[in-house]
Design a protein around this ligand. Structure first.
Ligand code: ZN
Length: 130
């Protein structure tokens, strides 16, 4: 299992942003790739950091992990033996229906836990879309 830490948005001062255009397209694409339909999310808005006295003007307070869980099944073992890229491992893990790091990150953005900037700082969302 892989993990990256992102800062959590300060719940007191985070600002709502309407999702639109290219940003919405990118987020929607990752969200729609989530195979397990029991995860709920909205695609109307996300939140950005502002800053207030409560968070030392950083806009963030605390940290949370963005996770990726992969069961090592036969398919994964076969791919891993071929010295794959992170992206190739993700591809092989898709049938498992587990969240990859991009998907987990997007859910945390859509739930207002962290910001797109934070997730992009630790995960290459562009690669996840290729
Ligand atoms: Zn704040």
């Amino acid at each position: 299992m892989a993990q990256r830490l992102v800062r959590k948005l300060c719940q007191k001062c985070k600002k709502e942003v309407h999702l639109e255009g290219v940003v919405k397209d990118r987020i929607e694409k990752i969200a729609l790739s989530i195979q397990d339909k029991s995860y709920s999310y909205q695609l109307e808005k996300m939140w950005t950091a502002v800053g207030c006295a409560d968070c030392n003007s950083t806009g963030y307070k605390g940290r949370i992990g963005v996770y990726e869980a992969i069961y090592t099944d036969a398919k994964i073992e076969e791919v891993v033996n071929q010295n794959p890229s992170e992206h190739e491992i993700q591809e092989a893990a898709l049938p498992q229906g587990l969240l990859n790091m991009s998907q987990d990150g997007i859910l945390k953005i859509l739930h207002g836990i962290t910001s797109l900037e934070e997730v992009e700082r630790v995960i290459d969302l562009g690669e996840a879309l290729s």
